[in-house]
Write a protein that binds this ligand. Structure first.
Ligand SMILES: Nc1ncnc2c1ncn2[C@@H]1O[C@H](COP(=O)(O)OP(=O)(O)O)[C@@H](O)[C@H]1O
Ligand SMILES: [Mg+2]
Length: 512
């Protein structure tokens, strides 16, 4: 059934939603309205309460106060199953698929057994139907762990459509995707809303908000601060609504003053986890006081590159020299001891210990040194003191230094890792997508922080997919494609078009 343009009706209304967590008022009498066939963008800085509000709508959390109306009728939503009865489904910031199971198994997992006979054949053919209808390119027999992040996300969406979702909640869905995958996702959402379904979209990317939403709601510290029609606003205005001040999209920096070589790669080769050659002879050097950007679509060897430097991945050929010392295939601990810090791309798995407090996560790299340890004994007072300083200088929003990291919002987990790594760095900072998933204000401070590290005489290797970021932050840019460097250019002379060509595998013209 096609909806008439004039017949849009509020499919979801949330009224006066309030949710208190220990020490934080995550939602403070928030109102929300979503119309059929429309996309609502939900914006706000990290920790503003966006995920909490959506978790309430999706039945994961219960509001302390307020009510939810679905198609005008008050709804009791106490579990994701209840939410699904009302046609509401959510794709979470961290996916909830079972890695060792197939797509089809994941799709039916948790469905009431009385409604479903385990007929994977039938399930598979329905999955194929949905997949074809939305051009999702999902094979029901594939095993989840073998799929890329973008594919896994399409499985999550497919699962919700299979279960009859009319309202799709997407919590920062494009934060982990390549530009191509994001485009694909946005196309799918457009098709769904064209068919009368609706979506709530949490994102930090202003261009996506402008292109794909009909309405925007902005949260600040748990409160709803603005409601605007997308056509009546601009990225600049939205950023101001979120942060409460003007945001610089371009960072200020002085000319680089490069010193001695701090990192040198000589014809480095390495395999990936699937046994294929991921690095096919990488050579470059990086000096102190310089930021070298690594551009490229994720999956072209960037991960392996950062890992061979930080000791997490073995080199099969070639040499890695750090601060003049041969560090090829040395252990991560030895690399850390040589003053190297690492902001990994998979932060939840590699960057933190969720059950440990913010303070202890921050101190993790300093444990072995004075003043946190004296005569082999930890000094909790010193750790707390240091943690407090880092929490305030990196604006980490946490109820207390001893709160478990797993209770923080994604952006604040990221700030915790940044604070620790930047704080511990003395020679080289290897940063993989440091601003990914961060709000505009935090992105600005991360970029400034990297430039400050550079100006403090450290070498910075910055891996990013954001060409604007690379061009404004780094001094030189190397472009990777299929495990090779296609060219290295001066940022001042770089343009998006030629970088894009190199990202697609066209080598830099010689003598240009
Ligand atoms: N399960 C939880 N327990 C305690 N505090 C939480 C929990 N979930 C979120 N919070 C806190 O609530 C606030 C809002 O978080 P969240 O909704 O995740 O923000 P956003 O999604 O806008 O980044 C944050 O301060 C966060 O630390
Ligand atoms: Mg969130």
């Amino acid at each position: 059934m096609k909806n008439d343009q004039n017949e849009k009706y509020p499919i979801v209304e949330m009224i006066g939603i309030t949710k208190q967590f220990p020490g934080v008022l995550a939602n403070d009498t928030v109102d929300l309205e979503l119309f059929s066939g429309e996309v609502l963008a939900l914006l706000g800085e990290n920790g503003a309460g966006k995920s909490t509000l959506m978790n309430i709508l999706a039945g994961l959390y219960r509001a302390d106060k307020g009510k939810i109306l679905i198609k005008g009728e008050e709804a009791e939503i106490n579990s994701p199953k209840d939410a699904m009865k009302y046609g509401i489904g959510m794709v979470h910031q961290n996916f909830k698929l079972v890695p060792t199971m197939s797509v089809a198994e994941n799709v039916v997992l948790g469905l009431d057994s009385e409604n479903f006979v385990l007929d994977l054949q039938k399930v598979s053919s329905r999955i194929k139907e949905i997949s074809n209808h939305y051009n999702l390119k999902v094979d029901p027999g594939s095993i989840i762990w073998q799929m890329s992040v973008g594919e896994q996300q399409r499985v999550e969406i497919l699962k919700l459509i299979y279960r009859g979702a009319e309202v799709l909640i997407l919590d920062e869905p494009t934060a982990v995707l390549t530009p191509q995958e994001s485009g694909e996702l946005n196309r799918i959402v457009k098709q769904m809303t064209g068919e009368g379904k609706s979506a709530i979209f949490i994102t930090h990317k202003m261009d996506e908000v402008m292109e794909f939403s009909d309405w925007v709601r902005v949260l600040q510290k748990g409160k709803l601060v603005s409601v605007v029609r997308t056509q009546d606003t601009s990225p600049k205005e939205l950023s101001r609504m979120m942060v409460g001040r003007d945001v610089l999209f371009r960072v200020e920096k002085k000319k680089a003053n490069p010193g001695e070589v701090v990192l040198e790669l000589e014809n480095v080769k390495a395999m990936n986890d699937k046994g294929l050659e991921a690095l096919k002879g990488i050579s470059f050097s990086l000096r102190r006081g310089e930021i070298l950007g690594i551009a490229g679509v994720a999956g072209n060897g960037q991960r392996e590159l950062t890992e061979v430097i930080t000791g997490l991945h073995k080199v099969t050929e070639g040499r890695v020299i750090i601060g003049g010392k041969d560090m090829t295939n040395k252990s991560p601990l030895e690399v850390i001891k040589s003053g190297v810090s690492h902001i990994p791309s998979d932060r939840v798995a590699m960057g933190i210990v969720g059950d440990m407090s913010v303070a202890n996560n921050l101190a993790m790299k300093e444990y072995r040194k004075a003043p946190l340890t004296q005569h082999g004994i930890l000094n909790p007072g010193r750790i707390l003191e240091m943690a407090k300083k880092m929490i305030s200088s990196f604006m980490i929003s946490t109820p207390a230094p001893y709160t478990s990291v797993k209770f923080l919002s994604g952006g604040n987990i990221q700030k915790t890792i940044l604070a620790r790594e930047i704080g511990a760095c003395s020679t080289l900072l290897v940063a993989a997508y440091p601003a990914r998933g961060l709000d505009v204000g935090a992105t600005e401070s991360v970029r400034k922080e990297m430039i400050a590290e550079r100006d403090g005489g450290k070498g910075v290797l910055l891996v990013s997919e954001d060409l604007e970021e690379l061009m404004s932050v780094s001094d030189r840019i190397a472009v990777m494609n299929e495990g090779r460097i296609m060219g290295i250019v001066d940022s001042a002379e770089a343009d998006i078009e030629s970088l894009g060509l190199m990202m697609a595998g066209v080598p830099m013209e010689k003598g240009k």
